[in-house]
Design a protein around this ligand. Structure first.
Ligand code: HEM
Ligand code: HEM
Length: 227
């Protein structure tokens, strides 16, 4: 059984993500998941088997803080060294238009594995644009509330108390998003090739033309070549 489509190095490919974007994404993923599993041990309580992986509940609290600092550093790395990439990303999110709405309307069918006709998409499709807004917003809330909970003496007591439900709710929303996102970016039949874009940096040209027709045309198409 094959989970992710085989990487095809012998066909024409185009660059999708540069090294900074890929290092930031995967570094962030590892530290986010560490925060999630250690955080779940603290949140649920009574899950000794989960806490045991991190050396008990105190160990989970320590690994949580170390992973949190790691995640913050990864985000800082991405912003500093990939600043222009972040700007391009934000610009693309705000190019939300009719084709993105059309994408979102057929997305549930595509998610369930049906073959659907996709309206031409920019660099990020309608679903990825939604993910690009919701997930980073939740991560920013996790970071802000997390540091306030970590250093309660520096903040008003009411704010510190407020941060606990904020941290928990942001954890729940981001986890739901990451579950769907992780599946779409790997095992999902139609979009699995995108995994190689984030892992090795390139995707098959035919896949790029089909999934992100506007982005392909603007970046690698005839018009882009003549400019
Ligand atoms: C910079 C990022 C983060 C910081 C500074 C941070 C900090 C903290 C701190 C100080 C606590 C309290 C720990 C204790 O009671 O010993 C905590 C708890 C928790 N964190 Fe984070 N965290 C961060 C990111 C995350 C992420 C990414 C997730 C999950 C996706 C997460 C999920 C949780 C959960 C579920 C709890 C338990 C809350 C509760 O008991 O109600 N945290 N975090
Ligand atoms: C769990 C494993 C994960 C896998 C397999 C995965 C896979 C991917 C892939 C393949 C892309 C590029 C999609 C494209 O071609 O546009 C991507 C983009 C992205 N990833 Fe992940 N990712 C994972 C975890 C995460 C986590 C933990 C976060 C944040 C909490 C995250 C946030 C993003 C964002 C914001 C983008 C850009 C928008 C988008 O494409 O949806 N990813 N990811």
């Amino acid at each position: 059984m094959q989970w992710i489509p085989e990487y095809q190095g012998d066909v024409e490919r185009v660059e999708r993500f540069n090294a900074v974007a890929r290092i930031t994404h995967w570094g962030h993923t590892v530290t986010f998941l560490l925060c999630l599993f250690t955080g779940l041990a603290l949140f649920l309580g009574g899950v000794d088997w989960l806490a045991a992986i991190f050396g008990g509940y105190r160990g989970a609290g320590l690994v949580h803080r170390i992973a949190a600092v790691g995640m913050t550093l990864m985000l800082g790395f991405g912003v500093v060294f990939g600043f222009m990439g972040v700007i391009e990303w934000v610009k693309d999110i705000f190019r939300f238009g009719i084709n993105d709405i059309k994408f979102l309307m057929v997305f549930p069918f595509e998610f369930l594995g049906f073959k659907v006709k996709i309206a031409p998409q920019t660099r990020f499709n309608g679903g990825e644009k939604m993910n690009s807004v919701v997930t980073p917003t939740m991560v920013i809330l996790l970071v802000l509330s997390g540091y306030i909970m970590w250093f309660p003496a520096l903040f008003p007591a009411g704010l510190v108390r407020f941060c606990y439900p904020v941290h928990d709710l942001a954890m729940i929303f981001s986890t739901v998003m990451v579950c769907m996102h992780g599946y779409l970016g790997s095992f999902h039949l139609g979009s699995g090739e995108s995994f190689w874009g984030m892992w090795k940096g390139t995707v098959r040209t035919d896949w790029a033309k089909h999934h992100h027709a506007i982005w392909y045309e603007e970046t690698y198409g005839d018009k882009a070549k003549s400019e």
